[in-house]
Design a protein around this ligand. Structure first.
Ligand code: CAA
Length: 293
């Protein structure tokens, strides 16, 4: 399953690049990404500092079985600990980003199992990732698929993408943020309409309603997402993480609390080397050298 861990590792090491550190980092990355059954993990971008997770259950429209979501969590754990990765892109196939939680796996679950096992709670790993995560959505993003996209920080869509919360058709309700995050993106009336009818919306509508930030031709989507991730990865990882935390806190706090939190984080940047370096580089008309310190 692992594309990069082997092929990419060989190509970089053979490219005569003698950096021992890079080899060690790559070896570590290769070893941590091997063995996945439901996802592919690759390094992308000119500086190989973007991680691409591709959901890979083509026969089931990338339905999010437990094993797949555990693999996504494990991959995020290693990427978060890898200083060579500055941003992450999650994508699926051209047909489906993900058609939701795995209905076949879920069909016979009982209430007491769901309740005592806190079913789906581990999906939150995606929203708690410290590094920026971009969802690149082609095809269907339904149910848990739409919710997974909304756990990411930015959503880009291909022009044929379809978003929806069809759980109502199955006699259940969204269980991974669909009733909570959707309303914050598209407003109450549209969120309610999507959750209560189960109707899908197009990528064009999703952009108009504010669920996605940009729409690209399907074939260009992943490259565009990687380009944006590279831009993010070119900044200080420390400051990017602080910025992400500040924006995400707007979800959780009142405006007064949020503005106070933002101000304190802004002040905190003045304790970092990267803030000093960024402003000094501007004044000296040169590119900053970030150290994430
Ligand atoms: N879980 C398990 N298997 C799924 C699946 C899912 N969510 N979605 C699709 N599949 C499987 C189908 O069972 C089928 O498998 P078989 O070939 O073994 O029969 C295969 O993928 C192809 O699916 P279809 O034949 O249905 O293909 P289609 O082109 O006619 O339709 C689709 C595609 C619109 C995505 C349709 O499959 C569909 O509506 N899927 C279910 C979407 C859904 O209801 N998602 C919500 C799940 S619940 C949830 O996510 C809860 C939560 O909040 C976390």
């Amino acid at each position: 399953m692992l594309k990069v861990g082997s092929r990419f590792f060989r190509s970089v090491v053979n490219s005569s690049n003698n950096s021992q550190i890079l080899s060690v980092q790559l070896a570590r990355f290769a070893s941590t990404t091997s063995g996945y059954e439901h996802i592919l993990v690759e390094r992308k971008g000119e500086k190989q500092n973007v991680a691409l997770i591709t959901l890979n259950r083509p026969k089931a429209f990338n339905a999010l079985c437990d094993g797949l979501m555990k693999e996504v969590s494990n991959a995020l754990d290693s990427m978060e600990n890898d200083s060579g990765i500055g941003a992450i892109v999650i994508t699926g196939s051209e047909r489906a980003f993900a058609a939701g939680a795995d209905i076949k796996e879920m069909k016979d679950r009982r209430f007491e199992e769901c309740y005592s096992g806190n079913f789906l709670n581990h999906w939150n790993r995606v929203s708690s990732c410290k590094k920026p995560v971009i969802a690149a959505v082609n095809g269907y993003a339904l149910g848990g698929g739409c919710e997974l996209a909304m756990m990411c920080d930015i959503i880009y869509a291909g022009d044929k993408a379809k978003f929806g919360q069809p759980e109502i058709n199955l006699g259940t309700i969204p269980g991974a943020g669909g009733t909570q995050r959707l309303i914050r993106s598209v407003g109450k009336s549209k969120a309610m309409e999507m959750c209560l009818t189960g109707n899908q919306i197009t990528s064009e509508e999703a952009e108009k309603f504010g669920l996605v930030s940009k729409v690209f031709p399907a074939a260009e989507l992943v490259d565009e997402a990687i380009k944006s991730a590279e831009k993010i990865a070119s900044h200080s990882q420390l400051i990017v993480a602080m910025c992400k935390e500040a924006v995400n806190n707007a979800y959780e706090m009142s405006l007064t609390e949020g503005l106070h939190f933002e101000k304190r984080l802004f002040h905190t940047t003045f304790a970092t080397n990267d803030r000093k370096e960024g402003m000094t580089a501007f004044v000296e008309k040169r590119t900053p050298k970030w150290t994430s310190s």
